[in-house]
Write a protein that binds this ligand. Sequence first.
Ligand code: ATP
Length: 339
Amino acid sequence: MAKYTIALIEGDGVGPEISSACIGVLDALKTKFGVSFEIRDSPAGDRVKAEKGEALPESSVSTIKDSDACLKAPVGETAADVIVKLRQLLNLYANIRPSKTLPHVPSLKPEIDLVIVRENTEDLYKGMEFDFDGGIVALRTITTNASTRIANYGFDLAEQRRKNVVAVHKSNVLRKSDGLFARCCKDVSTRHPGVAFSEMLVDSAAMNLIRMPERFDVIVTTNMYGDILSDEASQLVGGLGVSPSANVGENFAIFEPVHGAAPDIAGKAKANPIAIILTSCMMLEWLYKTRKDDSCAQAAAAVRAAVNRSLEMGVKTPDLGGTATTAEVGTAIVKLVSA
Ligand code: ATP
């Protein structure tokens, strides 16, 4: 039986509630699919900072590094000290954020199926902000290496999908930085003649995501545009409660829902666990690819089917118009996976 070690960051706010529902689903995979997980607690976030003085203790970083993958629930105010730091520390250069219409969940158009591939290591998120002339200056870095690397990821992904890449930037204004990003995407496109390639300014992309979201397949973009556009894209298909993501590097990946700690609903059993459960499907699919383990692919497909079926059955949290609690949604999915 395949056994994987997973570092778990339970996080803050709704983090522990949704983590518990998700671990229940992962536990249910053992009997039927022969995939088991050793979950290693890796405390990080606001609560840990209050207790220990640092949001990401070295012991948690070691646990994460020693595991096969990391599953992370959202953290609160300390996000920059936790996930932004981990992305750079572990060189998790690609942030993958799919938005896909789910059955019985209101969607702007019936057949949305797009993936935002966001550069995850540079841009304004390097945190280089300085006092300057009575104000602040923030530095933005865009490099050939990082831009080419993310473009390669986007085109490889598109080869396995509908073979369409849109590079999103603002090169008409940010001529040097976004101009470089656009050139790198264009260069990579010449090595993928079977993939349709176009460019779109970020303001136009924000508009077209509402106007014709079904036309997008893979969007490749820089860090900040990707952050903003992916929250927008999540709203097209049911919102943050159903939106998963992955931070992927060469040999390691951290999987996390797109949403934040949602303090407004924390402790009220209202958080939708589907975002983190679909996130765990991305983790299973990554384990399938990197470990060549078919049972992980089968388990992921079964969990996705169980999520769809639970939605058809109307087991929904309040964000989707239902009355089910976080735990009830988790239990319904566990039962369907185990059936
Ligand atoms: P961050 O900046 O850390 O990403 P945010 O400010 O975007 O966070 P969130 O914490 O993601 O905010 O919450 C935004 C809104 O979405 C809130 O009203 C919250 O209740 C809702 N929300 C977020 N996650 C969920 C979830 N899993 N289930 C239901 N509602 C959610």
